[in-house]
Design a protein. Sequence first.
Length: 376
Amino acid sequence: MSGVIVILKPDTPRDARAVKAVTDRAATFPGVTARVHEVAGSTRSLIEIYLIGSTATIPTAAFEEIDGVERVVRISEKYRMLGRHKGQVEAVGFEYQGVVFDQDSLHVLPGLCAVDTPEHAEAMFRALRSAGIATTRMGAYKPRTSPYDFQGLGKSCLPWVFELAGKYGIRVIAMEVTHESHISEINEALDAAGSPTGVMLQIGTRNAQNFELLKFVGQQNRFPVLFKRGMGITLEESLNACEYVASEGNRNIILCLRGMKTNLGDPHRNFVDFAHVPVVKRLTRLPVAIDPSHSVGRKELAPDGLTDIHHVTAQGVIAGANMVLVDFHPNPSKALCDGPQALTVEELGPYLEDIAIVRDAYLKRRAAAAGATAAA
Ligand code: PEP
Ligand code: MN
């Protein structure tokens, strides 16, 4: 399987002559199809044209000579759209609701594992606003291990969740969907509420290889996708799952590490896999999120006064994580889902301070590494 990416000069508009010149040239090669992708970055945009099909014998010079082409990269790897291709392509991220998600940024999304009452949702939003945070998580559709457990409020809570989110200046809510009908419900509820906020569609670990759902979220462009790594499959399989989304047209994807299912991780709920943050950034262009709550599963205090959740958050952030998806609840003992792993709203401020300390250390490490490389 091979392919070719033709990268146009930065900030080339979609209707530029170069775009047509490349696609016209591609059409002269039998069995080759061209797909144009616009990558909207924070500071600039980039057009990449993918040539797929019988590309093995295409001479790259045929495209390099076209005016406006910056580079032509031959790709033989699996992750055609999302891969880094040995550093030959850039890790351009995306902007959604005025928030930039890329391999350099860091956003914290503290929120309810499952929406339960308007009072709890509002207390959460209020705490976020006081902390200056505009990104959160709120589950309306909960995939539960037992059919007798609380399954989430479903579409009935969407109107007031969106309205309250807008009231408190929340821009992005990560919300899991387990069926394509949930996306229509979210679309309708957002439209009915006048789009006071934005939604990032979360694909849960249990659906990591639900290819029809992956294709469905890939075919829409209204919402970015937060893909949770499959808990019992290889990293390669999870990255291929993201490629399913991208190959359908939606490249606004974030990969979230959330721990692997194995008893070897005991006493944590899952074996924490945040050592893979830099690995995913090297292999792909995806921003990488960590979910310390579902990794650890319990709010236990270590003898140093920090919870295991704080510790693994720090491990992900110091490794360069771009997003932290984390469970909070105003009253964890009343939570209908995952109360034991939820931090309280009073703990939000100190938790964010802890993250700021570690983020600062990460940025210093990165600067030191860059200095060492420059000096070498
Ligand atoms: C969640 O984030 O609410 C969740 C169910 O996570 P996961 O799919 O990683 O188990
Ligand atoms: Mn949960």
